[in-house]
Design a protein around this ligand. Structure first.
Ligand code: PEP
Ligand code: MG
Length: 771
């Protein structure tokens, strides 16, 4: 854990870190001379590590380069035993150096020997050195080596020191990719691996199937000139390229009338105008880089910072910045023909490392059948746009660019998280039949959507939608949901460059209410902290952020922030029904304090003669187990209760919701969890308070069936789960299930899943996927 092993997350230097001693500009100009010197390659590398060590005041500077077979070889060092050069080798992932290459990100530790990944190599003579800071050499999205400095003293490294090393590593990555040190053919794939049929797996970001021809999107942009003498000239070039990029984006990102797409593109445009981003590029130019090298360096820094975030939403913004950086580079390097279109087949499947939404729109959507990404996440902008266009996306498909050639035939099966490359004819014809069957099923689902959510014995179940972006709201109509059971208000905050003021927030909430066409909407107040950080707000470094300063805790400590949000919600809800819900309530007192803030805002609005909501309902999210023991008192104070099962279960089971190794260990269908959930349902029924469950549990058909069996009548789930949950409940006799579940609750079994699955099978309850 941070602090204990002395490891410092590279993007958050510890307090008391030694002051930076490296002068980037000076170091870069020394490097330029060293690299230009007419010397054998090895001599130049030796000179380079000496320069870096001296600039960093480090006893050691070492350079490792990647060889075939994922091996990192020590190519140059000052401070370690010179005999280790070309002898010491580490596999990617082995030792601290290997970990830096594996994570493709920097690592800084004040106590290297104590680090869990430390691998001792006696031949290097590194015993006296305590602290280590290493950065990867990345080029074209691939790690080419690792640069590391070491100090005898125990010391932390500042963010500036790490960034300077990253800049230097970028220059070195260019140098070594020239093939002077390792032949470029050494690390490429052998022909057999490249041309046979192959099956690659990934994650289903957007469901669907497609047959088509591969078109490759490679991120490779070669920068020949890295260092510049005249920063003013470079700033001019940058400004011209920025202006050209904005003009071309404006023509590409014309509003389409498709809310989903337009909303994403608006967010993208905002990122393109991010002052912080442009400011950092200017700063890098002032340190001695050319405009193009500065763009690339800032892109690497953003990559390091955002990919270190555990918040998927922030990590997704990475592809937007990457997309913008590439566009800007193209304008800098090839201003005349920056976007000449290559011929695109009529059935294109785009394969990329990651993409921004604008890059997707560069391809006519009529020709685009599917997308395969090596990285990315289901919530990235490009995936949201693809979803709006009905294009299947397979994500996290590692090595796709290495295994797929342009023009290859692909059978993309995003439903089953795979792509078949260069398939045999029999495979192709079976695939085409499955596609037809899928289309047929989609038709049946569409018919079921129009039917009411009622069990076979006539019990109505309210199905509501979980959403967080304006562009999710139209799914209300698509799914025929009863309302929005959970609107995660923090999501629009996460994609912005600054804190939205009351007017902006009011606008967002108004649009949500307008678009929901009178259906009920439950707004959850900001749930930040934990794994969701606002880039423009300082969050403390915490050892256990899920148990830390988050959600209502931040709201109560920063009352003006919460009050602004409540003010915006009251304004948006003027003259209509408004439901507000507070997240992560741990004790009734917190709810009371939140309600007091709401009351103050109501009084303020009243004094200003602002129209109030017709009806205002206030609820709490039950996510923290302590609240279970105050339920009667809580229920007297709320109009409704909503269970956040994602958090509640992680706390009840002491199992991190994001750690697969642990979460799969415990089953939510255990007697303990179901007994707890049943008793909440009973208390709510006694207190006559409406109860909803809005965690992921509600979206899984067997789990949803169990919830109905213990008394739940309202669920909130994501759009993708609607059809399967509705099919389940429309094929269920609830009476027999309720009686059956009563007999199971005392069971000593670790899970009731097999018994519930058997019940469903025997009674013909339609469960789409049995786990
Ligand atoms: C939950 O915890 O179940 C929940 C719905 O909130 P979130 O997933 O946003 O933490
Ligand atoms: Mg939660």
């Amino acid at each position: 854990m941070a602090g204990q092993s002395g490891q410092t997350p590279a993007s958050s230097p510890q307090k008391g870190a030694s002051k930076s001693t490296m002068d980037t500009r000076h170091l870069l100009s020394g490097l330029r001379d060293a690299l230009a010197a007419d010397q054998p390659s090895q001599k130049r590398l030796d000179h380079v590590v000496r320069l870096i060590a001296s600039a960093a005041g480090a006893e050691v500077c070492s350079l490792y380069l990647l060889r075939a077979g994922e091996v990192l070889e020590l190519f140059a060092t000052i401070g370690l035993n010179p005999k280790a050069v070309h002898h010491t080798r580490l596999r990617v992932g082995e030792g601290l150096i290997g970990s830096i290459a594996a994570a493709a990100g920097p690592l800084a530790t004040s106590n290297a020997p104590q680090h869990p990944n430390f691998a001792y190599r006696p031949e290097t003579g590194e015993d006296p050195f305590q602290s280590l800071c290493g950065v990867p050499l990345v080029r074209g999205g691939k790690v080419r080596g690792v640069l590391a400095i070491q100090h005898k003293e125990t010391r932390a490294y500042t963010a500036e020191e790490i960034e300077t090393l990253q800049t230097v590593a970028m220059v070195l990555a260019e140098l070594v990719s020239g093939g002077d040190f390792i032949a470029n053919t050494e690390t490429s794939l052998n022909a057999e691996e490249a041309f046979g049929p192959a099956r690659l797996t990934g994650m289903p970001f957007n469901a669907g199937m497609a047959v088509g021809k591969a078109i490759l999107h490679r991120a490779e942009i070669t920068i020949e000139r890295l260092l510049a003498d005249n920063p003013t000239q470079e700033v001019k070039r940058l400004n011209a390229a920025l202006a050209a990029m904005h003009a071309s984006l404006d023509s590409l990102l014309q509003p389409s009338g498709n809310t989903d797409k337009d909303e994403v593109l608006e967010a993208y445009r905002m990122i393109a105008s991010d002052r912080g981003w442009v400011g950092r590029i200017n700063e890098a130019i002032r340190s001695g880089l050319t405009a193009e090298a500065a763009v690339m360096q800032v892109a690497e820094q953003i990559k390091t910072r955002l990919s270190a975030s555990t918040d998927p939403y922030l990590r997704d913004r990475l592809s937007d910045f990457d997309d913008l950086s590439r566009r800007l580079l193209q304008h800098l390097l090839r201003p005349a023909d920056a976007f000449k279109a290559a011929p695109i087949p009529d059935d294109a499947i785009l394969v990329a490392r990651h993409l921004g939404p604008a890059e997707l729109l560069d391809i006519p959507s009529a020709k685009l059948r599917g997308v395969i990404l090596e990285e990315g996440a289901a919530t990235s902008h490009v995936v949201i746009v693809a979803r709006a266009l009905g294009i299947p996306v397979l994500g996290q498909c590692s090595n796709a660019l290495a295994r797929i050639e342009a023009g290859d035939e692909l059978l993309l099966d995003a439903d089953n998280a795979q792509v078949l490359v260069r398939p045999a004819e029999e495979v192709r014809s079976t695939f085409v039949k499955s596609m037809a069957a899928r289309a047929n099923k989609a038709r049946i689902n569409a018919e079921v959507r129009a039917l009411p959510s009622v069990t076979l014995d006539g019990v109505s179940v309210s199905l509501n939608l979980n959403c967080g972006l304006l562009l999710d709201v139209p799914q209300l109509e698509m799914t025929k949901a009863d309302g929005i059971g959970l609107y995660r208000t923090e999501i629009p905050f996460l994609s912005r460059g600054d804190f939205p003021d009351v007017a902006i927030q009011t606008e967002i909430y108004k649009k949500v209410l307008d678009q929901s066409g009178g259906r009920s909407v439950t707004f959850r107040t900001l749930d930040i902290g934990g794994d969701k950080f606002l880039p423009y707000m300082t969050h403390p470094v915490e050892e256990n952020p899920a148990l830390g300063w988050r959600a209502i805790r931040i709201g109560l400590d920063r009352p003006s922030m919460l009050r602004q949000q409540l003010r915006a919600l009251l304004r948006a809800g003027a003259g209509r029904n408004l439901k507000i819900m507070f997240p992560m309530i741990t004790e009734v007192d917190e709810l009371m304090r939140a309600k007091e803030l709401l009351e103050k805002e109501r009084e303020r609005a009243h004094e200003r003669k602002e129209e109030p909501p017709t009806k205002l309902e206030v609820g709490a999210m039950l996510e923290v187990p302590a609240l279970l023991f105050q339920l009667p008192a809580l229920l007297r104070e709320v109009d409704f209760l909503s269970i956040g099962s994602n958090d509640l279960l992680q706390f009840v089971l002491a199992a991190d919701r994001g750690n697969r190794a642990i979460t799969s260990r415990y089953d939510p269908l255990s007697p303990a969890v179901l007994t707890m959930l049943r008793s909440i349902a009973r208390e709510c029924a006694i207190a006559k308070r409406p109860l909803t469950l809005c965690g992921e549990l509600a979206g899984q058909p067997l789990e949803a069936m169990a919830l109905l069996g213990i008394g739940y009548r309202a669920l909130s789930l994501s759009a993708g789960s609607f059809d399967s949950v509705k099919l389940m409940l429309r094929s269920l006799h609830l009476g027999p299930l309720t009686a059956f579940m009563e007999t199971l609750m005392e069971s000593p079994d670790r899970t009731l899943r097999p018994k519930l699955a058997a019940f469903a099978r025997d009674r013909g309850v339609y469960i789409e996927h049995f786990r």
